[in-house]
Design a protein around this ligand. Structure first.
Ligand code: PMT
Length: 216
């Protein structure tokens, strides 16, 4: 087996949370640390791929050997940066915890504390993974993640079908977010489920080797 099974392949990975601004001082976000996505980018490079990492705000440092790194804040920005590049990549792995909703309007000035209640109107963000599922070319592999709190595998299979992806990686947020380890179910289109547990780099390697085996 080659030590560089991804040689000649181009891999695009998203990582981390997005931040949806409410006003100049406040935003909506989530607990994603970026560790899982950064591990995938790092291991993909070690396995020989050319790698682009599109990252939401994290505290992590990017391995110097990643070919292209793009920092974004919001779901809208991440959508644009991914879609601008998607066509050039063989394998697209959407590991970011993208906000599902964003404020309908961003206030240009700090919202004052006046009323007892504040109601925010939120609108849906564009779904990056579902869009890739619609526009992907025959030779492209699209991989999504599913962050679940219950019925982990069942809910992930629903996302796999709905978003038309080749592989979905299901994980329980309590075992995944912010942690150095993960426990995932790698689910293929034929609904074969493979359980993988270990450090995020070990999980990344298993996932990438499985993608190679099936699609490269
Ligand atoms: O960053 P860590 O702390 O290491 O944690 C890792 C992780 C838990 C964030 C990661 O393993 C993970 O599960 N990422 C996906 C998080 C998520 O948004 O899951 P979801 O089930 O809500 O979304 C399903 C898929 O749609 C994901 O691939 C997501 O990137 C994508 N999505 C979601 C919304 C949106 N507007 N656009 C998208 O592309």
């Amino acid at each position: 087996v080659s030590e560089k099974p991804l040689a000649g392949k181009k891999v695009l990975v998203t990582a981390g949370p997005t931040q949806e601004e409410i006003d100049p001082v406040r935003f909506i976000s989530n607990h994603s640390s970026g560790k899982m996505g950064y591990a995938i980018a790092k291991v993909a490079k070690m396995l020989g791929a050319s790698v682009c990492l599109i990252s939401g705000p994290t505290c992590l440092s990017v391995p110097y050997f990643i070919d292209e790194v793009v920092f974004v804040k919001s779901a809208g920005e991440m959508y644009r940066e991914v879609l601008d590049r998607a066509e050039q990549y063989d394998i697209l792995i959407m590991c970011a915890a993208v906000a599902d909703y964003t404020p309908a309007q961003r206030s240009g000035s700090k919202i004052k504390k006046i009323e007892d209640k504040l109601v925010l109107e939120l609108v849906k963000t564009p779904d990056i993974l579902a869009t890739l599922g619609q526009v992907k070319k025959e030779n492209q592999v699209v991989v999504g993640f599913a962050a679940e709190t219950e019925h982990v595998v069942e809910n992930a299979i629903e996302k796999l079908i709905k978003k038309n992806v080749d592989i979905i990686v299901a994980n329980d947020v309590s075992e995944a977010m912010g942690k150095d380890t993960n426990h995932v179910y790698v689910i293929s289109k034929n609904k074969a489920v493979v359980e993988v547990e270990g450090t995020k780099e070990e999980v990344a390697k298993e996932l990438l080797l499985r993608i190679c085996e099936n699609f490269c």
